[in-house]
Design a protein around this ligand. Structure first.
Ligand SMILES: [Zn+2]
Length: 177
């Protein structure tokens, strides 16, 4: 039987995030990414960003972000297990029976991955902010082009408690389950 990660990866690879999100949000191409009105908070100017290259979404307004499973869980109000089933069905992938991906170990792992993904994006976004001038000068000196910065998600860390505050403000990390 394939492991949890294999199944998850297979389902993920068969559900392009731009495709999936397009069923809920009208997306417009913007450079290599797509922008639209965020479905998770009320707004008039698009700040909802979908990135085909790393298969992530991120909202600059409400900081909602994650992969295609996070998106479906949030928008359909589903557990991770339900979103996995939903997306497997969408891609005609048969899941092994009697496996509950909502078990505590799996959930914990999910949450850890979500924290990594959020932290990566958090630092990466900061690299382009005015306060990161010292880092921008440095990457220019090292001749790192924007494709490299994007691919390796190079980021900038300023104050020591900024990530802590950012994650603390995200309600999901305060939930016990
Ligand atoms: Zn939003």
């Amino acid at each position: 039987m394939s492991g949890y990660d294999d199944i998850k990866e297979e389902v993920k690879a068969s559900n392009d995030i731009v495709d999936v999100v397009s069923n809920y949000v009208r997306l417009k191409k913007s450079g290599r990414n797509y922008m639209g009105l965020c479905p998770f908070h009320s707004e008039k100017t698009p700040s909802f960003n979908v990135r085909p290259d790393n298969q992530f979404f991120y909202c600059f307004g409400c900081h909602a972000g994650g992969d295609v499973f996070t998106f479906i869980s949030k928008i359909e109000n589903m557990t991770f297990n339900e979103s996995l089933q939903f997306l497997a069905e969408r891609a005609n992938i048969k899941l092994p029976e009697n496996r509950n991906f909502d078990d505590p170990q799996t959930k914990l792992k999910e949450k850890m991955f979500a924290i990594y993904a959020d932290s990566t994006l958090f630092y990466h976004e900061r690299l382009y902010k005015p306060l990161a001038k010292i880092a921008q000068d440095y990457v220019r000196k090292r001749k790192l082009n924007s494709a490299t910065l994007e691919q390796f998600k190079i980021g900038y860390s300023g104050e020591s408690d900024e990530l802590y505050n950012f994650l603390r403000n995200k309600r999901i990390y305060r939930q016990r389950d």
